[in-house]
Design a binder for this molecule. Structure first.
Ligand code: ADP
Ligand code: MG
Length: 622
C-alpha cells in the first residue's frame, strides 16, 4: 500500500481509542463534564452494560447555542487557553477531546440549554457526522445520549467483556465520583432499575454509606483532616501543602484484594500503585498477609505540584514530590490506627520459659456458650470417641523441625510454615493417631504422637474438616438448602452486588436462595444448613467480596472460594473452651482428612515439635 494520509474519520477513531476504551470511559468523560459544568444533580442511565445506551443528564451550566457544534470538535475546550493554564488545571477536563472522540464512535445526541439563554439546542452525530441540529425548549443543563457505542468499530467491540463486566466498570466510575463529590446528587440506572443513589448531602460519610453499604461505612474511621475535628494531633505537619483526608478501615475490617483502596487527588480519582502501597504500609503488621484495608483517601495539594496530563484517560498523575505524598498518606492513616489501638504483643512461642506468650485471646470466652451449629455440620453430630484406642507414644521419637516444615524465625521467636525451599518431604495425607493432652490458650489442642508434641490450631483444623466435608457433599450434587423463617433483605455495596447476580447459579448450587430485591439488595430465602444460625448479612457481604477478586475465574474456583468462606465462618473460633471429647472428635476428623496439615487457605493447622528437638532444647543432647 502506498503511503497516504488517513481520512479524518479514521484519524478520529484512532484517537478515540485513547480516550474511550469502553462504555465506562465514556461515562467518566461525561460525568466529568457535568461536574466541570457545576452540576449538583447527575443522572447516569445505561442499557446492556452501556453498549446499547448511555445517557448522562446534568443540571449544570449547559452549553451556549453557538458553541454546541464546536464542543464536538477535536481540541475544543472552554477550560484551557494558554500554556501556563496547563500547569494549573483545576477542572477535570482540559483536552477538549472527549466529546469529539465519543461522537466519532457512536451515535451521540446532545440536548442542552445554557442557563443564560432561552432556547436550547439539540445536535445529533452519527459516527462523526452531524445528522441533526435543531432549536429546542428544555430546562437549563445538558443531556448527552450515546447509542450503539463502537458499533462501527469492530476492533474495539471485540474487546468489550460481558454486559455485567462493563456494568461493573461503570459502577466503579460512578461510585468513585460520588465519593469525591459528595455534594452532588448522583443516580445510576441500569436497564431501567435504579442501582445506586446518593443524597448529595455534602458529607463523605453519607456517600460512603451508599458506596460501601451502611455497615461498612460505620466502621471506617476518619483520617487526616477528617480526623482533626475530634482530635488535636495536628502538631507535626511538615507536608503542610499536602492535605490528606478521608476514611480508612481499622484492622478488624479488611478485604481480600486492594480494590477497596481508593485514591483521589484534587477531586480526581487516580490510580497509583505506589500510593496504594503507602496505604497498605500504614497497616504494617496490623493486617494478616494477603489481607488489604478499605480506604478512601482524598489528597489536596497545590495544582502546580501535580501533573494531571500524564495519561490519556487522566487516570494516572505525576507528583512533583512523590515521596512527600507517599509519607503524608501513610502517616495520616497510621496515626489514626495507632491512636485507636494498643500495639499487638509480639508473639513469642516456646522460648522455653515464655510459653504463656502464646496466648491469643481473639474472642470473648464464655465457657457456657452453646456449641455453634457449624460444629455438628454435615455429619450431624460429633462421632462418639472410639474406645480403647488411646494412643501411647514411645518415649523417644525421631521427629525434627525439618520433617514437618516448620521454620523458626530469627525475630521474635515466631513460628511459621516454611517456604517450599526448606520444607522437605511433608506428608500431606496420613496424620498418625494422636493422644489429646489438653487445650492451650483456648486456641490450640495439645497432643502427643509418634513424632513428639503436636499443637493443633483448633480453628484452622475445624476449617479443614468442614471444607473437606462440604466438598464431599458437593460431589454428590447441589447442597440442600435450609429455608429461613423470615427471608432477610441484605444490601450490598454497589460494586459487589452485581457479582452476586452474576454468580447466582453457583450460589444456588451451594444452598443459597437469593432473590433480587431493589437497589443492590438481595432477599435471602435459604442458606446452606450449617449457616442457618450465622450472621447472614455479614456472610453474604464477605462472599460478595470474595467474588470480586479475579476476573471470571473458573466456576470450580468460585465454588471453592465460597466454600472456604463458609467454612471459615462456621469453624470454631479461638477462645472457645473445648471438652476432651470435642478435641478427640476434632482431631479424629482431622486425621481422616485428605490434607490434614493445612487449612483450606493453605496455612498450617498444626505445629509439630520432635522429641529430639525437645531433648536438644533441654540440653540433654550435645
Ligand atoms: P474538555 O472537557 O476537555 O474541555 P470535552 O470534549 O469533554 O472537553 O468537552 C468540550 C467542551 O464542551 C467543554 O470544554 C465544555 O465547555 C463543553 N461541555 C461538555 N459537556 C458539557 C456539559 N455537560 N455541560 C456544559 N458544558 C459541557
Ligand atoms: Mg471533558
Amino acid at each position: 500500500m502506498p503511503i497516504h494520509v488517513l481520512p479524518d474519520t479514521l484519524v478520529a477513531r484512532i484517537a478515540a481509542g485513547e480516550v474511550v476504551e469502553r462504555p465506562a470511559s465514556a461515562v467518566k468523560e461525561m460525568v466529568e463534564n457535568a461536574i466541570d459544568a457545576g452540576a449538583s444533580d447527575i443522572r447516569v442511565e445505561c442499557a446492556e452494560g452501556g453498549r446499547a445506551l448511555l445517557r448522562v443528564t446534568d443540571n449544570g451550566s449547559g452549553i451556549r447555542a453557538d458553541e454546541v457544534e464546536l464542543a464536538f470538535t477535536h481540541h475544543a475546550t472552554s477550560k484551557l487557553s494558554t500554556d501556563e493554564d496547563l500547569t494549573r488545571i483545576k477542572t477535570l477536563g482540559f483536552r477538549g477531546e472527549a466529546l469529539a472522540s465519543i461522537a466519532s464512535v457512536s451515535i451521540v445526541t446532545c440536548a442542552t440549554r445554557h442557563a443564560d439563554e432561552t432556547t436550547g439546542t439539540l445536535i445529533r452525530f452519527d459516527n462523526g457526522r452531524i445528522v441533526q441540529h435543531d432549536k429546542i425548549g428544555r430546562p437549563a443543563g445538558t443531556t448527552m445520549t450515546v447509542e450503539n457505542l463502537f458499533a462501527r468499530v469492530p476492533a474495539r467491540l471485540k474487546f468489550l467483556k460481558s454486559n455485567q463486566t462493563e456494568r461493573g466498570h461503570i459502577d466503579a466510575i460512578v461510585t468513585r465520583y460520588a465519593l469525591v463529590y459528595p455534594s452532588v446528587r448522583f443516580s445510576l440506572v441500569h436497564d431501567g432499575r435504579v442501582t445506586f443513589q446518593t443524597q448529595g448531602s455534602g458529607r463523605l460519610r453519607d456517600a460512603l454509606a451508599q458506596t460501601h453499604g451502611a455497615e461498612v461505612a460505620e466502621r471506617l474511621i476518619p483520617i487526616g483532616e477528617m480526623a482533626r475535628d475530634d482530635d488535636a494531633h495536628d502538631m507535626d505537619m511538615p507536608e503542610a501543602s499536602i492535605e490528606v483526608s478521608g476514611y480508612a478501615s481499622l484492622p478488624t475490617l479488611d478485604h481480600n484484594n486492594r480494590s477497596k483502596i481508593q485514591l483521589f487527588v484534587n477531586g480526581r480519582p487516580i490510580q497509583d500503585v505506589k500510593l496504594s502501597y503507602a496505604v497498605i504500609q500504614a497497616y504494617h503488621t496490623l493486617l494478616m498477609v494477603g489481607r488489604y484495608p478499605i480506604a478512601v483517601v482524598m489528597i489536596r495539594m497545590p495544582v502546580e505540584d501535580v501533573d494531571v496530563n500524564a495519561h490519556p484517560a487522566k487516570a494516572e498523575v505525576r507528583f512533583r514530590e512523590p515521596e512527600a505524598v507517599f509519607s503524608a498518606v501513610q502517616r495520616a492513616i497510621r496515626r489514626e490506627l495507632l491512636a485507636r489501638m494498643a500495639p499487638p504483643e509480639p508473639p513469642s512461642v516456646l522460648s522455653t520459659v515464655d510459653l504463656p506468650g502464646l496466648s491469643r485471646p481473639e474472642a470473648p470466652v464464655d465457657p457456657n456458650a452453646p456449641i455453634e451449629p457449624g460444629w455438628s455440620a454435615g455429619a450431624g453430630q460429633w462421632p462418639a470417641p472410639r474406645d480403647g484406642s488411646a494412643y501411647t507414644a514411645p518415649l523417644h521419637g525421631s521427629g525434627s523441625w525439618e520433617r514437618v516444615g516448620i521454620a523458626r524465625q530469627s525475630q521474635g521467636g515466631e513460628f511459621s510454615a516454611a517456604s517450599p525451599a526448606n520444607t522437605g518431604p511433608m506428608p500431606t495425607r496420613s496424620l498418625p493417631a494422636l493422644r489429646i493432652l489438653g487445650q492451650l490458650a483456648l486456641a490450640y489442642v495439645i497432643a502427643e504422637g509418634p513424632e513428639g508434641l503436636y499443637l493443633i490450631d483448633q480453628h484452622a483444623a475445624h476449617e479443614r474438616v468442614l471444607y473437606e466435608r462440604m466438598l464431599a457433599q458437593r460431589e454428590l450434587g447441589p447442597v440442600v438448602s435450609q429455608a429461613l423463617l423470615d427471608p432477610l433483605p441484605v444490601q450490598l455495596p454497589a460494586d459487589s452486588a452485581w457479582r452476586v447476580e452474576e454468580n447466582l447459579p453457583v450460589l444456588r448450587d451451594l444452598g443459597f436462595d437469593l432473590e433480587a430485591f431493589g437497589a443492590n439488595t438481595w432477599l435471602v430465602r435459604a442458606v446452606p444448613p450449617m449457616m442457618a444460625q450465622d450472621d447472614i448479612a455479614a456472610a453474604l457481604r464477605e462472599i460478595a467480596g470474595d467474588l470480586e477478586s479475579g476476573d471470571a475465574p473458573l466456576r470450580r474456583d468460585i465454588e471453592a472460594r465460597i466454600l472456604r468462606r463458609v467454612c471459615k465462618r462456621m469453624a470454631i473460633k479461638a477462645g472457645r473452651v473445648l471438652a476432651l471429647s470435642e478435641m478427640q472428635a476434632l482431631v479424629r476428623d482431622l486425621e481422616a482428612c485428605e490434607s490434614p496439615r493445612t487449612c483450606p487457605h493453605g496455612r498450617p493447622t498444626m505445629l509439630q515439635i520432635g522429641v529430639g528437638q525437645l531433648e536438644k532444647q533441654f540440653g540433654r543432647l550435645g
